[in-house]
Design a binder for this molecule. Structure first.
Ligand code: GLN
Length: 341
C-alpha cells in the first residue's frame, strides 16, 4: 500500500500538467460563430447564385411577381448581438409566412398553449402551406404554420379591429429594434383582392366553430393579410432567428419578453413544419428550426448561438427560397452546426 503513494512533488507536477493541458484544450475549441465573416457570407452568395435562375418568383399574389430574382442577401447575428451581413441587405421584401411565428407567440401569450392547441394540431405535414382538406376531414388545422392554423392563431390574438395586427407589427419592431418596419400597402391590397383561397379557409374555420368573429366580419382575415405584408430585410430576419434561439432575449440583451416555454414551442413548430412539405428533408439536410415565406425570406434559429436571415425571391416548388436554402445548407456545413451534427 505504501508503495502506491507518490511523493508530493510528483503529484503537484501531475496536477499542473493536467490543468495546463485542459486549458490548452479549451482555448483550441473555436466557437462556430467566430468563423462567420463578411467574406464567408459573400462567398456563400457567389457560390449559390446559380439557384436564383432555377426557382420562380411567386406571382399568385400579383404584387410579389415584381420582385427581382437576382437579389440575394444573407445576415447572421452572433452571440452578443454582433451583426455580419452580405449582399442586398438593404432590400426589403414582405415577411409573409414568417409572421406566423409572431402570431403564434402572441396568441399563446394571450390565451395559453392549451387553448390555442385545443383548436389545432401539433402535426407535421406532407402538404403545401395552403392545403385545407383536413379542415373538412379532421375539422381542425394540422398546425399553426400552415395557412389554416395561422389564420386561426391571428384570430385568437386579443384586440378589436386592426389591433391584433398592430400588436404583431409592434412586436416585430421590438424584436428587430427597428421602428421603421411597416406594411407594404400594395402587397396587402394585392393579397386581399386575390386571397380567395385564404378567404375560403377562413370561412371553413368559422363554420367549424373555431373562429369567433362576428358574422360576415373578415377583420381577423384582413389582419392575417396585413401581417404577411409587413416589409423586412434579411438583417431583420436574422434578429428574429436570434430572438427565438435565445428564449425571447433580443440581440442587444433586452429580455422584457423572455419566455422559454413559448420559444420552445415555436422552435419545435419551425422544425417540424416551418418549411411545409419540405420540412422533413430540410431537417435531414440543415437540421435547424427555420421558417420560410413566399416573399423569399428564410429565418433560422441556432439554439443558444445565432440567428440567420436570407433573402432570394426565386422559390422552389414548395414555396421556399431556393438560393436561401442552399446558402443556409452550405453555411451550416462549413460551420459544423445543426441540432444533429
Ligand atoms: N400570405 C401568404 C399566403 O397566405 C403566405 C404563404 C407563405 O409565405 N408560405 O398565401
Amino acid at each position: 500500500m505504501k508503495r502506491l503513494l507518490l511523493p508530493f512533488n510528483i503529484c503537484v507536477l501531475f496536477l499542473a500538467f493536467t490543468l495546463s493541458s485542459c486549458s490548452v484544450a479549451q482555448t483550441t475549441i473555436e466557437a462556430p460563430e467566430t468563423k462567420v465573416s463578411r467574406e464567408l457570407l459573400e462567398n456563400l452568395i457567389e457560390q449559390n447564385r446559380q439557384y436564383t435562375q432555377e426557382g420562380e418568383v411567386a406571382d399568385y399574389i400579383p404584387e410579389l411577381g415584381k420582385a427581382d430574382p437576382n437579389d440575394m442577401a444573407i445576415a447572421v447575428v452572433t452571440g452578443g448581438g454582433k451583426i455580419i451581413e452580405a449582399g442586398d441587405t438593404e432590400k426589403t421584401f414582405t415577411i409573409q409566412s414568417i409572421s406566423k411565428l409572431i402570431g403564434l407567440m402572441l396568441a399563446v401569450e394571450d390565451r395559453g398553449e392549451k387553448e390555442v392547441f385545443r383548436r389545432m394540431g401539433y402535426y407535421g405535414t406532407n402538404k403545401p402551406f395552403n392545403h385545407y382538406a383536413n379542415l373538412e376531414t379532421d375539422g381542425k388545422p394540422l398546425n399553426p404554420m400552415m395557412n389554416g392554423g395561422a389564420i386561426l392563431t391571428t384570430s385568437m390574438i386579443k384586440g378589436k379591429g386592426e389591433e391584433p395586427y398592430k400588436r404583431i407589427l409592434d412586436r416585430l419592431r421590438y424584436i428587430t429594434d427597428n421602428p421603421s418596419i411597416q406594411i407594404d400597402s400594395s402587397v396587402y391590397h394585392s393579397e386581399k383582392s386575390t386571397g380567395d383561397r385564404n378567404r375560403g379557409i377562413f370561412y371553413l374555420l368559422k363554420s367549424n366553430g373555431l373562429i369567433e368573429s362576428a358574422e360576415g366580419d373578415e377583420s381577423s382575415l384582413n389582419n392575417y393579410f396585413r401581417q404577411c405584408s409587413i416589409a423586412v430585410s434579411a438583417k431583420d430576419l436574422a434578429k428574429i432567428g436570434y430572438y427565438f434561439a435565445h428564449q425571447g432575449t433580443r440581440y442587444d440583451g433586452d429580455d422584457r419578453y423572455r419566455n422559454p416555454e413559448i420559444t420552445e414551442l415555436i422552435l419545435s413548430q419551425m422544425l417540424i413544419a416551418g418549411m411545409y412539405d419540405f420540412s422533413g428533408e430540410y431537417a435531414r439536410t440543415v437540421g435547424l428550426p427555420s421558417k420560410s415565406g413566399v416573399g423569399g425570406g428564410i429565418t433560422v434559429s441556432v439554439p443558444h448561438q445565432m440567428g440567420i436571415g436570407t433573402y432570394s425571391p426565386a422559390l422552389d416548388e414548395q414555396g421556399n427560397s431556393l438560393a436561401g436554402y442552399h446558402m443556409i445548407l452550405q453555411l451550416v456545413k462549413e460551420l459544423g452546426i445543426g441540432l444533429f451534427r
